[in-house]
Design a protein around this ligand. Structure first.
Ligand SMILES: [Zn+2]
Length: 323
């Protein structure tokens, strides 16, 4: 992984490149921004550039290869063990950091999901940040930096990362996945600038399954109660991706609102479902769509509170149906 091979994040990469060239690397960085947009890749590229024998992150030397294979003894990766990062993990890290680097001149420590420190672990880490070791670089990655201790944040050089612009993501996806323009646009819009989502299991969900789900949803308005319960059961069975499915429904209703208000096709997410959209929009008003969106929001709220999933989905669909 090199800075060059990572798409986007030009400003952030330039800051890090300059720090490397001028040998003015901070002791600790905090990479902040949404999950799945490439913060970890940039951190690994930084590690490689720092540890590379040729000082460039060449990709050919033993050091670079070890970083790429996740087996460099001077690169430490820390992330949540269960629900949180625990004090034993930080103590283990501190032990390693107290020693000289094993292979090169530097140690690099990557802490992913840094908002997950439990309080004791956070205080232990603070000690490490307050007494920086020479030749040690710590990079914290977080999608919720506001949850970190202020004292931790203030010890780090903060580097905000943004989602890739939708258009840019669509171009890259079209290229990499050999998708047509419309499909690439759909995938980019639903992935919300996250490569991880677009390239992972959500790809199938966003492209093929989305069409089925929206068809089932739009068939409900005219249908009997049986299909509604069947759809609720299907949704309840998809625990892992249910939040993403509800986002798909939200995008569908949002598309209908945009259509009612005469926005151009290019603003829509479901550009490949023109027929379904136009059939549905004829039956809707702004008010009915807002009621549906509210029902969706309530459904989402209930799911986050671990209520009976099936019941929550039935209630949500019934309310949408009546809207
Ligand atoms: Zn190298």
């Amino acid at each position: 992984m090199t800075f060059e091979s990572i798409i986007g994040h030009e400003r952030q990469k330039n800051i890090l490149r300059r720090a490397l060239t001028n040998q003015r690397i901070a002791h600790a960085y905090l990479f902040e921004g949404p999950d799945g947009i490439g913060k970890r890749l940039v951190a690994l590229a930084m590690a490689r550039a720092l540890l590379c024998t040729n000082g460039t992150g060449c990709g050919d030397c033993t050091q670079c290869r070890k970083v790429d294979h996740n087996n460099h003894p001077d690169v430490h990766l820390l992330d949540a063990d269960g629900a949180s990062i625990k004090i034993d993990q930080v103590r283990g890290l501190q032990k390693d950091l107290a020693l000289k680097p094993l292979e090169g001149l530097h140690r690099v420590c990557l802490i992913d999901g840094a908002e997950q420190f439990n309080p004791a672990a956070a205080n232990a880490l603070l000690k490490t940040l307050e007494e920086p070791q020479p030749h040690t670089l710590i990079i914290l990655l977080s999608s919720r930096p506001e949850s970190l201790l202020v004292t931790i944040r203030s010890r780090c050089q903060r580097l905000p990362f943004q989602r890739l612009p939708k258009q840019r993501l669509a171009e890259v996806l079209a290229n990499r996945l050999e998708l047509g323009e419309v499909e690439a646009n759909v995938l980019a819009a639903l992935s919300d600038g996250s490569f991880k989502k677009a390239l992972g299991q959500n790809r199938e969900l966003y492209l093929e399954r989305r069409r089925e789900l929206i068809r089932s949803l739009s068939a409900l308005s005219s249908g009997s109660i049986i299909p509604l319960f069947k759809l609720a059961e299907e949704l309840a069975g998809d625990k892992e991706i249910l939040p993403d499915i509800l986002e798909i429904f939200q995008a569908f209703y949002r598309d209908l609102l945009l259509l009612i208000h005469g926005r151009p096709q290019t603003d829509l997410v479901n550009q490949d479902l023109q027929e379904t959209l136009h059939r549905q929009v004829a039956q809707e008003t702004t008010e009915s769509l807002l009621r549906k969106l509210r029902a969706l929001e309530t459904g989402r709220y209930h799911l986050q509170r671990n209520v009976n999933r099936q019941l929550a989905m039935e209630t949500m669909l019934l309310r949408m149906n009546a809207a």
